[in-house]
Design a protein around this ligand. Structure first.
Ligand code: DOR
Ligand code: ZN
Length: 351
């Protein structure tokens, strides 16, 4: 590694929304050119709740990344009615790597989510036994709870009791946004880890309102205040192996973002590893990037680390204002801004 070039083990994205249909075809190559694997979120409409549905979705993703060396790691959407038998089928399938918990009403396509986690106890028991991780969107949903407090309330009311009922259940606390979540995961046992997005490292809630309402910085969990951003940056500087890369890249069309009721979600897959690299560099923590991006995730999931590498060059380039999304447009994270690291094209790109 020189100051102007960085080679790391090929990274994985442990939290990704690929959508389906034309949107999938538009966005999947962005991920496949940089990451070897990604955990694919199941919040389609209708959601992916069974292994049989996941097989069809896996086929659709593989068609969208033809020619790339990329492995989708599938998840199932947990509902109040997911039977324990589905966990056994998931384990046997070998390509289902986790169950996703969306509290009902928490976010995009979460209407079929879980209304009360205790309804899932028999299924969670089967997951604990099978070693199948629970991937959690950790926000309380009661309408009276302040939107900025939802993660903290979820920890107190749902996550803590859950970990007491299932002390050995593997849990990934997804896209953490608060000091409370960082502290909870840091102090928990080895069976509990977390992903962190680029936007929650780079921005705080001021970015939602600077110079007017900024819909392209709106995601869920919503950006929090500066002290929470600082807590997440401290975590990545620490090099703790309990935290790893998960972009939560979530494409919505420009029209749907710039509307009277804008959708939650930030698309970052176009430059994910480059953005994380800039952040780690700004934090004086470039030596911690490889573990965060390429080691901690597979180690937690019990999967092998990737054997190939990627190289990044220190070069300024400008992020486009839009990319195509089927027939529509997609505004990427940091649109129009200059970024100072660029991924070199590699053998993973189709020739
Ligand atoms: O901002 C978000 N967008 N958060 C989520 O939890 C879901 C995602 C999406 O699917 O658009
Ligand atoms: Zn997500």
């Amino acid at each position: 590694m020189t100051k102007n070039q960085l080679t790391i083990t090929r990274p994985d994205d442990w939290h990704l929304h690929l959508r389906d249909g034309e949107a999938l075809t538009s966005v999947a190559p962005f991920t496949a050119r940089q990451f070897a694997r990604a955990i694919i979120m199941p919040n389609l409409n209708p959601p992916i709740t069974t292994v049989i549905q996941a097989v069809a979705y896996l086929d659709e993703i593989l068609a969208a990344v033809e020619g790339y060396d990329f492995e989708p790691l599938m998840t199932l959407y947990l509902t109040d009615n997911t039977p324990p038998e589905e966990i056994i089928a998931a384990r046997k399938s070998c390509f289902i790597k986790g169950m996703k918990l969306y509290p009902a009403g928490a976010t995009t396509n979460s209407d079929a989510g879980v209304t009360d986690i205790r309804l899932c106890d028999a299924t969670l028991e089967a997951m604990q036994k099978a070693g199948l991780p629970l991937l959690i969107h950790g926000e309380a949903t009661a309408p009276q709870i302040d939107v900025f407090d939802r993660e903290k309330v979820f920890i107190d009311e749902t996550l803590l009791p859950l970990t007491q009922r299932f002390p050995d259940l593997k849990i990934v606390f997804e896209h953490i946004t608060t000091k409370e979540a960082a502290d909870f995961v840091s102090q928990a046992g080895d069976n509990i880890a977390a992903t962190i997005t680029p936007q929650h490292l780079l921005l705080n809630r001021n970015a939602l309102f600077q110079g007017g309402l900024q819909p392209h910085n709106y995601c869920l969990p919503v950006l929090k205040r500066d002290i929470h951003q600082q807590a997440l940056l401290k975590v990545i500087r620490s090099g703790s192996n309990k935290f790893f890369l998960g972009t939560d890249s979530a494409p919505h069309s420009k029209n749907k973002k710039e509307s009277a009721c804008g959708c939650a979600g930030i698309f970052s897959a176009h430059a994910a590893i480059e953005i994380y690299t800039s952040i780690f560099e700004q934090q004086g923590a470039l030596d911690k990037l490889e573990a965060f991006a390429s080691f901690n995730g597979p180690d937690f999931y019990g999967l092998p680390r990737n054997k190939t590498t990627v190289t990044l060059h220190k070069t300024d380039w400008e992020i486009p204002n839009t990319y195509p999304l089927g027939d529509e447009k997609l505004v990427p994270f940091l649109a129009g801004q200059t970024i100072n690291w660029k991924l070199a094209e590699t053998a993973a790109t189709p020739q």
